[in-house]
Design a protein around this ligand. Structure first.
Ligand SMILES: Cc1cc2nc3c(=O)[nH]c(=O)nc-3n(C[C@H](O)[C@H](O)[C@H](O)COP(=O)(O)OP(=O)(O)OC[C@H]3O[C@@H](n4cnc5c(N)ncnc54)[C@H](O)[C@@H]3O)c2cc1C
Length: 395
């Protein structure tokens, strides 16, 4: 006789999307379990730079896009959580930085300077005096302008741990090869795990990032369809590296940052810079050696006063998973929709760590009212750990 449980909701995927949602639905009285195939955060969430941003980086072109507007409300919701009075108590989460900078290698184009001074951005961006520049830019050879944004950077492994902690008895690790759906008449009745476990949830949420495509295929669903957008990030570590968080713009007005830097302290106490931005999006055309050589050239050009001789380097390929868009353009906001082959299966992609609260709202709007009491059926499955970030595993 298989072990059975019948929660209101079974969530597949233990990244930011699944964990944020698990917290929200259990607060609202739903019984729920979360199943994931690796350690929590594995894939995109643990690869993220942890920046909770209001979309200002998309405003570099001088206009606020749809994406900027959708995302603009998110920092306040995260801040409330971090202060302990938001929708989830994140007051114990380690904030890596509240100083998030936007700087230019040369003079910012005058169009951008007047945009930054505009009413839209008042209170969200502040021009720094030279004596308040972050250490990494406080060198007499640095000629550009520096702005401070009202954005925070979170310690992602710690965030995952704090989101999972209250729900550890509802989070399980599964082998995806063992998963089998039972569904008929446009309804998924059970998710079987091998022969021994049957989950008869009333609704299922696929929050498995890039894994959603395979789950949808198993269900026979053609929509919603997924796209992947690759990134080729770089990690560099060396003794004495200063902490720096922010975006470097090129001299030309461009909609995306030339380089995005976040700083992470490794277990051995040494800091690593994690590099994204145009370096990572355009770097998909370069192999690992060429990407590292390019990153060295960029850092030498942007920080000529720093010596990179003793640095250790690595690069990371990672796909962003999102709903399919025309011509692989960026999705505007978090996405949740019902699978076309099973009306009780919801498919979800946050598209950004920052948009996890928006994603949970969208999923909750698609849920039926809670019905099942939260019976604590213990499933004979292992518990996942927390994934290790690339600055620990790759250097
Ligand atoms: C390099 C990089 C940097 C980024 N930086 C930022 C940033 O600074 N700020 C920001 O807002 N956003 C950032 N993002 C975007 C953000 O990381 C993602 O949008 C977000 O983490 C996606 O979360 P997720 O939970 O949907 O997916 P994931 O984090 O990929 O989690 C999905 C989980 O599902 C599991 N899974 C897969 N298949 C199955 C299955 N069959 N059954 C069960 N479980 C399964 C996987 O193991 C995985 O843990 C970044 C993304 C990348 C790639």
């Amino acid at each position: 006789m298989p072990t059975q449980c019948a929660p209101d909701i079974a969530i597949l995927g233990g990244g930011i999307a699944g964990l944020w949602l698990l917290n929200r639905v259990r607060q609202q009285g739903y019984s729920a379990v979360l199943l994931t195939d690796q350690d929590l955060g594995h894939a995109q969430t643990i690869a993220s730079q942890g920046m909770i941003h209001g979309g200002l980086k998309y405003a570099l072109s001088g206009t606020l896009s749809g994406e900027s507007e959708a995302i603009a409300a998110m920092p306040a919701r995260w801040e409330a959580c971090l202060a302990g009075h938001g929708e989830i108590d994140l007051s114990a989460v380690n904030v890596l930085s509240r100083d998030f900078y936007l700087w230019s290698s040369g003079k910012l184009a005058s169009r951008l300077t007047s945009f930054f001074a505009s009413k839209t951005l008042r209170g969200r961006i502040e021009r720094m005096d030279r004596d308040a520049f972050p250490d990494a830019l406080a060198h007499k050879a640095f000629r550009g302008s520096v702005y401070r944004l009202v954005d925070v950077v979170l310690d992602v492994p710690d965030l995952l741990d704090k989101l999972a902690a209250p729900h550890r008895d509802r989070i399980y690790r599964v082998d995806p090869a063992q998963l089998r759906w039972e569904h008929a008449n446009g309804h998924a009745s059970s998710l079987c795990i091998g022969d021994g476990i049957r989950i008869n949830a009333r609704q299922f949420v696929l929050a498995a990032g890039a894994g959603n495509a395979a789950l949808l295929q198993q269900l026979g669903s053609q929509s919603p369809a997924m796209q992947k957008r690759p990134l080729h990030q770089v990690i560099v570590s060396q003794p004495g590296l200063p902490a720096l968080y922010g975006h470097c713009t090129g001299t030309a007005a461009k909609a995306s940052p030339r380089l995005t830097i976040s700083t992470h302290t490794r277990r051995d106490g040494q800091r690593a810079w994690y590099l994204g931005g145009d370096l990572a999006t355009e770097g998909i055309a370069r192999d690992a050696d060429a990407q590292i050589a390019f990153a060295k050239k960029e850092l030498s050009a942007l920080f000529p006063w720093m010596d990179w001789q003793h640095a250790r380097w690595a690069s990371l390929w990672i796909d962003r998973a999102e709903p399919l868009q025309q011509q692989l353009i960026k999705p505007d906001e978090a996405f949740a929709a019902t699978a076309n082959s099973a009306r009780n299966v919801i498919v979800a992609w946050p598209t950004k760590l920052t948009l996890a609260p928006d994603l949970a709202d969208r999923v909750i709007a698609l849920l039926d009212a809670p019905q099942q009491p939260d019976a604590n059926t213990v499933l004979p499955l292992p518990a996942p750990g927390i994934a290790s970030p690339c600055w620990e595993t790759l250097l």
